[in-house]
Design a protein around this ligand. Sequence first.
Ligand code: ATP
Length: 590
Amino acid sequence: MPGIDDNNDIGFDISDDDIYVPIAQRRATLLGNKKTSENDDRPNSSLDFLNDDSNKASTSSKTLLEESQVILSEKKTQDNMKSDIQRRAEEDADIVDAHTKQQRKLIPAAELAHGISYSRIMETSWKPPEYIRQRSSEGNSLIRRKHHILVEGSDIPPPCETFADMKLPGAILRYLKFKKILSPTPIQIQGISTAFSGRDMIGIAFTGSGKTLSFSLPTLMFALEEESKLGFDKGEGPIGIILCPSRELARQTHDGLIQMSRALNDDGYPLVRSLLCIGGISMQDQSETLQNGFHIVVATPGRLLDMLEKGKITLFSCRYLCLDEADRMIDMGFEEDVRSIMSFFKHQRQTLLFSATMPKKIQDFARQSLVEPILVNVGRAGAANLDVLQEVEFIEPEAKMVYLLECLQKTPPPVIIFSDLKNDVDDIHEYLLLKGIEAVAIHGSKSQEEREFAIETFKSGRKDVMVASGVASKGLDFNDIQHVINFTMPKEIEDYVHQIGRTGRSGKTGVATTFVNHSVPEQTLLDLKYLLKEAKQRIPSFLHDVVDPFDGKPSGCPICGGLGHSAVNCPKLEDAQKRKPKGDEIGSSW
Ligand SMILES: Nc1ncnc2c1ncn2[C@@H]1O[C@H](COP(=O)(O)OP(=O)(O)OP(=O)(O)O)[C@@H](O)[C@H]1O
C-alpha cells in the first residue's frame, strides 16, 4: 500500500499490504512523497497524477495472528476516526474511478496497438533573451508569484513578461499593439515561452484570459519557421492542428490566425496558410488554400476526422496539436474522434492542451500522451473571472420578462442574454423586438446562415443584444460585452462560469446578472454561493439560507470543480450518464 510506512504514527510495526488506510489519507501521504515542483510548499500537486510509482511497505517480524489483531484494531480506530470529509473523499474517488472505467482512454488506438510511447522533448530553435536565460530560478519564481502563475513539471522554461522578450517578429508586435494587446496576460507570460521551448503543456486559466493567443501564436511561428526553411507545396501540410469544440470557436481562432499571418506577409514574411475545417461550410470555399497547401488546420473534431478518413488531409508533416477547451470537447462526446485523429499522426508531436477543469479523463490523457508536460495554472480550475461583477437576483418566473427590460438599463450595449431553453430564447427575442430593441438570437435550431448572421451583426455592433442558448456561446469572444444576463441559472456551475465569462475580458470589467427562483435546485444555489464567496462578491440574503452539508468547508467536486457538491451528486456526471456520445458537431447538440 503506498506510503503506509510513512503514515504509521501509532507505533506498531505494521507492514501488511492489506491494512486499511482511508483513501484521502493515502492520497495525502502519496502526494507528500512526490513533490517535484517549485510549488512544493503547497499541500498537493495537480501533476502528481503523472507519477504512478508506489512505495512498497517494509517486511514484518510479527506472527500472522498478531498482525491480524493489529490490523483489526487499527482498522476499527481508523474507521472511527474517519471524518465526514474523508468519507466524502473516498466516495468521490470511487465514483470518479467507476466513471473513468466506463470510458475508454483518450490515447490514439494506433499508438496503443503498437506500444508507441514518446519520451523525447521536441527540440526548437527558440531561446529567450540572454538576460532571461541568466535569471535565477528564484527570480523566475518571483515573477510567477507576482502574476499568480502556478507551474509544475521539470525544467520549466522561464516566464517572459513582454512580447518583445518572446522574440516575436516586429510585424506581430505591431499587430498586437494595433489590437491593443500591449503586454501578455499571465497564461501567455508562462504559456508562450513553454510552447516556444517545445514543451508539452496543460494550460488552465479563467475565461477571457487570453488562452487562444497562447497556442495560436506558437503554432503560427512554428509554421512560419517551417515555411521559411522549406516552402509548402500543393497537397502538403498541415504542420499544426488546432482542435476546437465548436464551429464558431474554430472560426474565431482561424480568423485570428489569418490576421496575424497577413500582418507577417505584409512585412515580407512568407504567407502562412490556415484552413478552416468545420461542419456547415463547403471546402470549395477554401479550394485555393487546399490547392496551395496549408500549414495550419483549425477544426472541429468530427469534420477533421472525416477529411482525414477520406484522405483529403494527411498528417505526414504534422508536429503540433492544440486542444482548445479539452474538457468541453470531452463533455460533448468528441473523445473518440480526438483519439482517432491522433492515430493519423506519423511522428511525435508537441501537444498543447487547454482546459478550464482537470477531470480524470484529461489527467489520464496527459499521463499517457503528453511528454513531460508542464502544467501552467492561473487561478483555480473552474473559478470565475474576478473582473466580472456578479449580481444574483431572486425573480419569480412570471416577473422575469418585465424585469429583463429594467435590467437592460444597467449598462450600455452590447449585452448578451442567456437561457438554456430554446423556447425562452425565441420568446425573449420576440419580446425585445416588440419593445424596439435591436436584438438577434442564436440557438441550435437556427440554420448555419442564421447563426452566422446573428454573430456577425452583433459583433459588428449593428445589434445591441444577443439572446443565446448557453452552448451557442461557449468560448466565443465578443468585443467589450458590458453585461451578461442569465435569464435562467444553468444547472452546471461550469456553464455559469463560462457564460458570465463573456464579459470582463482582456482586463476590462463587466457585469453579470443572474435570475434565480424556487425552480433552481438547492445544490446549484450552493455551488453559486461558494463561487460568489470565492470571488469576493456580494452574497444575497436568500443564498445565506441554503442548506450547507459542508458546513462552510467544501472540498470541491473532482468531476466538475463545483464547490457546493461532491461527485455523488454532480450534475455534470448525471448529465454525462444520460447522454450518448454525439457523432457530429455542436449544431446537433444545442
Ligand atoms: N495580452 C492581452 N492583452 C489584452 N487583451 C488580450 C490579450 N490577450 C488576448 N486578449 C484579448 O482578450 C480577449 C479574450 O481572449 P481569449 O479569447 O484568448 O480568452 P480565453 O482565455 O480563450 O477565453 P475563453 O475561455 O472564454 O475562450 C480577446 O479579445 C483577445 O484579443
